[in-house]
Design a binder for this molecule. Structure first.
Ligand SMILES: [Zn+2]
Length: 341
């Protein structure tokens, strides 16, 4: 965490051109190193002990989430929601309460009136949320106020940074800052499961459900790896569905190009997301539980599934932020993550 703290304090001083320059080189290098643990982590398909399956006997769960990073993202929220609604989907939109943009109350109401969910995304989105316990506790009080004001029950940290112990200070039903496997994140250790799990509090808080994202983020797929197709999305979705897990995707409205163009280095065509939604409907219609994250959390809170730790620990060390991981690689990882957001 120390490295992260230093980096995020220096980040505003690093020219964007340098951050972007390191991008391609780092991603291609790291992708080769992690191909046996990403996008599929062997062992992560093991269901928790006593797992009862999904409601109504559905084969797998499908959860759509969106982190809104900037003013540009705010401007795209309605179009994105309308597309999903036309196809029969609903999703959650996570907003930064005190970041680089204002969160319009009318937009939140517009979303919730239509059956979408609103969640809290960090507080300032500056990479400093976990810089010290004292600082976190202070910010947690503010986050709890926002949760209450917005009627939200879900949280996700900026840059997927996390400390599950500290997160227990939040009045949440679920956190979504974890992932099964995503070595391209600044804090790259995954939770190695494609199922939700209960994180019990040791203190006064009641505990919460962890909802790891299990699909490759759009920013990683299209902006960092520069994939031109959704083959990786289809492959992972088929794998998670085949093991009856939770397909949880994070798509950023900020990076979507709604025009008919082929996108740019910073935005990808909406047609790719649309293709994924069509693919789910064409391949699995009627066999999955399409739920909002708050609905998955409410379901899991009734039986509190254990975290399944059966994935290979030895493999996860390779991508972890451990002494075996050279510091230059960790720095490159941070540069990479920042360059894409
Ligand atoms: Zn974010």
């Amino acid at each position: 965490m120390l490295l992260n703290n230093v980096y995020f304090r220096l980040k505003p001083l690093i020219p964007r051109s340098i951050r972007l320059g390191v991008r391609r080189w780092f991603v291609l290098r790291k992708r080769r190193q992690v191909e046996d643990v990403w996008p599929i982590m062997p062992g992560s398909e093991c269901a928790p002990n006593g797992w009862p399956g999904w409601p109504d006997g559905k084969k797998f769960a499908l959860v759509l989430t969106h982190d809104v990073e900037s003013e540009g993202g705010i401007e795209n929220c309605r179009q994105l929601a309308e597309l999903e609604q036309r196809l029969g989907f609903r999703s959650s939109f996570n907003f930064v309460p005190e970041g680089s943009y204002e969160v319009p109350a009318v937009l939140r109401a517009w979303l919730t009136d239509r059956g979408f969910e609103v969640g809290v995304h960090d507080l300032h989105h500056d990479g400093q949320l976990y810089s010290s316990r004292e600082e976190f506790n202070r910010k947690a009080e503010r986050i709890n106020e926002v949760l209450k004001e917005w009627g939200a029950v879900g949280f996700r940290s900026g840059y997927m940074l996390r400390n599950l112990e500290w997160l227990k200070e939040l009045d949440i039903a679920y956190d979504a800052s974890t992932f099964d496997t995503d070595p391209f994140e600044p804090q790259p250790d995954g939770v190695n499961t494609i199922f939700p799990f209960w994180d019990q509090s040791s203190g006064k808080r009641k505990g919460h459900v962890e909802l790891p994202y299990t699909m490759v983020q759009d920013s990683t797929l299209f902006l960092l790896l520069r994939e031109k197709t959704i083959q990786l999305w289809k492959k992972k979705l088929d794998w998670v569905a085949g093991h009856q897990g939770m397909v949880l995707l994070n798509v950023h409205p900020d990076y979507i190009d709604f025009s008919d163009s082929n996108g740019s280095s910073q935005r990808y065509p909406i047609a790719r997301y649309r293709e994924l939604l069509d693919y789910v409907l064409d391949s699995y219609d009627g066999s999955f539980w399409h739920a909002l994250p708050r609905e998955v959390a409410a379901y899991c809170a009734t039986f509190k599934p254990e975290h399944s730790h059966r994935a290979s620990a030895g493999r996860s060390v390779i991508i972890g932020n451990t002494p075996k991981c050279p510091s230059w690689l960790a720095w490159a990882s941070l540069l990479e993550a920042a360059a894409s957001r």
